[in-house]
Design a protein around this ligand. Structure first.
Ligand SMILES: NCc1[nH]cc(CCC(=O)O)c1CC(=O)O
Length: 338
């Protein structure tokens, strides 16, 4: 990424014709400022109980929840395409959801079994997890709810147990997506104390209270459970300075990588984070963004491959090191010329 100041010397027309370097594919290739490669992609996937089973997610065309055995095949395919990481989201049996969210740190819960199965069968792909209580919470919230309040410190204690169980199952990257205060430091200390020294944390640092998560909540089966909204913990879409404070805080607590979420409507935040801190910065092109592009493509209103590639390049131009995207395998095939 170029971060040079705006040039002050430009020869006047016709000595300068900015179209010259756009005049052929070779010249365009030579002067291209950003590149998108398979190495930039993290693939979010949904896992469900069962055997040789998959269920399409209606609001996310081309996306299905998969049983662990099918997910292992998908992970193999992703690794063969060169995708460096896969990110797991469980669709938990509603019967296992409780007020205390105990299933979240069950070493044999669906997500932890999936981590172990993937690490066994496809050791070369990095496995990322989601650290938040919503798949296990009868309220659908990311934190423990008492009398309508989402409790911060009690939630952090639960998240630490959840993070340790995931690390023990073999997760390479923990993705705390809950937006409680103090969770990164608490997890980092617990990981160090348990000798999980190389488990990385990609903090969902600037995670906004967004309507673009709708299809995801359908996919994990949280839509029905969620009472109210997430505005007391997720960020106000109006704020940018607050995102900088959160990044500084999460880095100080031991986050290795920072994430901005959603992606496309928050590219200004991505650029500001990268410019200000220069740390590994990721964006999550979320379910609603995927649904929007796919719906238009399915109607023949947009060219699906082209808007996919353009939208992902935009993240690189903004300074992101990588993107979580449901398009990961499709983009990887396109980049690999398949
Ligand atoms: N903590 C849950 C979580 N982790 C990732 C997403 C959204 C992902 C997407 O929309 O693709 C959400 C939803 C939410 O916060 O309600």
């Amino acid at each position: 990424m170029s971060r040079t100041p705006h040039p002050t010397t430009v020869a006047p027309f016709p000595m300068t014709r900015l179209r010259r370097t756009r005049s052929s594919a070779n010249l365009r290739n030579l002067v291209r400022e950003s590149t998108l490669t398979v190495d930039d992609l993290i693939w979010p996937v949904f896992v469900v109980e069962g055997q040789d089973h998959e269920e399409p997610v209606p609001s996310m065309p081309g996306v299905a929840r998969k049983s662990i055995d099918r997910l292992v095949l998908a992970a193999r395919e992703a690794a063969d395409l060169g995708i460096p990481a896969i990110c797991l989201f469980p669709n938990t049996d509603p019967a296992l959801k409780t007020e205390g969210c105990e299933e979240a740190w069950n070493p044999d819960n669906l997500s932890n079994r999936a981590i172990r199965a993937i690490k066994d069968a496809v050791p070369e792909i990095a496995v990322m997890t989601d650290v938040a209580l919503d798949p296990y919470n009868i309220n659908g919230h990311d934190g423990i709810v008492v009398d309508g309040e989402i409790l911060n410190d009690e939630t952090v204690e639960a998240l630490v147990k959840m993070a340790l169980a995931q690390a023990k199952a073999g997760a390479d990257i923990l993705g705390p997506s809950d937006m409680m205060d103090g969770r990164i430091g608490a997890m980092r200390h617990a990981l160090e104390a348990a000798d999980h020294r190389n488990v990385t944390i990609m903090s969902y640092t600037a995670k906004y209270a967004s309507a673009f998560y709708g299809p995801f909540r359908d996919a994990v089966g949280a839509s029905g459970a969620l009472k109210g909204d997430k505005k007391t913990y997720q960020m106000d879409p109006a704020n940018s300075d607050e995102a900088m404070r959160l990044v500084e805080r999460d880095l100080a607590e031991g986050a290795d990588m920072i994430m901005v979420k959603p992606g496309m409507p928050y590219l200004d935040i991505c650029q500001r984070v990268k410019d200000t801190f220069g740390v590994p910065t990721f964006a999550y092109q979320v379910s609603g963004e995927y649904a929007m592009l796919m719906a238009a493509a399915q109607n023949g209103w947009l060219d699906g491959d082209k808007v996919m590639a353009e939208s992902l390049m935009a993240f690189k131009r903004a300074g992101c090191d990588g993107i979580l995207t449901y398009f990961a395998p499709r983009m990887a095939r396109l980049l690999n010329g398949l």
